[in-house]
Design a protein around this ligand. Structure first.
Ligand code: FA5
Length: 357
């Protein structure tokens, strides 16, 4: 009888099954799989050689080969499951922790106790400085409507200034009407609205909180960061009052050695507007990577309340005037503690965090 490529199929299948059973690890299985069932396998070579058979024998041979392949593949999957389970059990054993180790009073290594983050501590310190200057502290929501985050602040739809605050939108209601606030300035609107409703003007308040922007994290930016907003609405408020508050704040928070300056800027909700900068504390003004070689770091924006904003909340701009500012809390922490890269604040490296416990 003429020989067939499948003459040794039973022995060769048995050999493959033995190879599968002997696989010792998932890595080995992954390495050897092409030789067992893949293109380079004996089963695939046999498949190609079926062409030499007479047409009447080919069908039967094909079915036998398929059966052998199914058997080997099932064994391989079974072995994969076993090895995966064994690897998982080994890992659980390695990760196993005796809860007795963390019970207070039975601690086997020096116990570490958590502490507030540097940003939380900085926020508290900033609040203390402003409270000492006569401000009250308020908070506002992190999820805002388009009206509070933009429109009431004189930033209508399609205004180019919206590009300054690359926005995360929340899928709620009409598209692009609910946002994660891009700054703490909407809290100004809430505060003025409620003061009008309660007939409780004047306002001297700071409003700290988290903001979100689609900024690529770098040495001075995070996608989730913090600002402290300041708002004063009173009689006869002038730009010199704003400059005085910023100067007093800088001296109180950074000490006498740090220079600050105001530079003309644009914000749709203040007029005139300015940017507030301090000497870069990393390079002491020499120029470095953190300050993009300028020697200065921008801490925030500020300006006199635009009459359009007072109008939006129903405050009479002939009787009342005021100013607002918004500083980056993370930036303040960064400059106060000479942190070259802001991303360190959120990377959870215990060696970094321990310095501020
Ligand atoms: C504003 O957000 C204005 N709302 C500030 C303002 C308030 C102006 C009131 C006038 C009156 P600006 O986009 O420049 O402005 O941000 C203010 C500060 O927030 C920055 O100087 C910086 O300190 C901080 N900041 C902004 N974006 C980020 C970010 N991605 N990561 C960390 N800090 C940031």
């Amino acid at each position: 009888m003429a020989s067939s490529p499948l003459d040794n199929l039973a022995e060769q299948t048995a050999q493959l099954l033995a190879t599968v059973a002997a696989l010792g690890s998932i890595d080995q299985l992954r390495d050897d799989e092409p030789m067992i069932t893949g293109k380079r396998s004996f089963l695939s070579t046999l498949q190609k050689s079926l062409g030499v058979l007479a047409p009447e024998d080919r069908k039967d041979a094909g079915a036998r080969l398929q059966e052998a392949r199914r058997t080997v593949e099932a064994a391989l999957e079974g072995r994969r499951d076993e090895l995966t389970r064994a690897a998982r059990l080994r890992q659980l054993e390695v990760d196993r922790m005796d809860l007795g180790d963390v019970v207070v009073g039975a601690v086997r290594w020096p116990a570490t106790v958590g502490h507030p983050s540097l940003v939380a501590v900085t926020q508290r310190e900033l609040e203390d400085v402003f409270v000492a200057m006569g401000f009250t502290v308020s908070e506002g929501p992190e999820v805002e409507s388009d009206w509070y985050n933009f429109e009431a602040l004189n930033i209508p739809p399609a205004h180019p200034a919206r590009g300054m605050w690359d926005t995360f939108y929340v899928e709620l209601g009409e598209p692009e009407t609910v946002v994660l606030r891009t700054h703490t300035s909407p809290t100004q609107i809430h505060l003025m609205e409620s003061a009008v409703a309660r007939d409780s003007l004047p306002i001297h308040a700071v409003m700290p909180g988290r903001c979100y922007r689609r900024d690529t994290p770098d040495a001075r930016h995070l996608a989730a960061f913090h600002q402290v907003e300041g708002l004063v609405v009173d009689h006869h408020i002038a730009f010199s009052d704003l400059a005085g508050v910023i100067e007093t704040f800088t001296r109180a928070y950074f000490g006498p050695d740090i220079e600050s300056r105001l530079r003309p800027a644009f914000f749709p909700f203040t007029e005139p507007s300015a940017e507030f900068e301090v000497t870069c504390t990393i390079c002491r003004g020499e120029g470095c990577r953190t300050c993009s070689q300028t020697g200065w770091i921008e801490l925030g924006g500020c300006g006199m309340l635009d009459p359009a904003v007072l109008d939006a909340v129903g405050i009479d701009g002939d009787e009342w005037s005021g100013f607002a500012f918004g500083f980056g809390i993370d930036r303040c922490a960064q400059m106060r503690h000479q942190i070259a890269d802001m991303r360190a604040l959120v990377e959870n490296d215990a060696r970094f965090l321990r310095q501020f416990s």
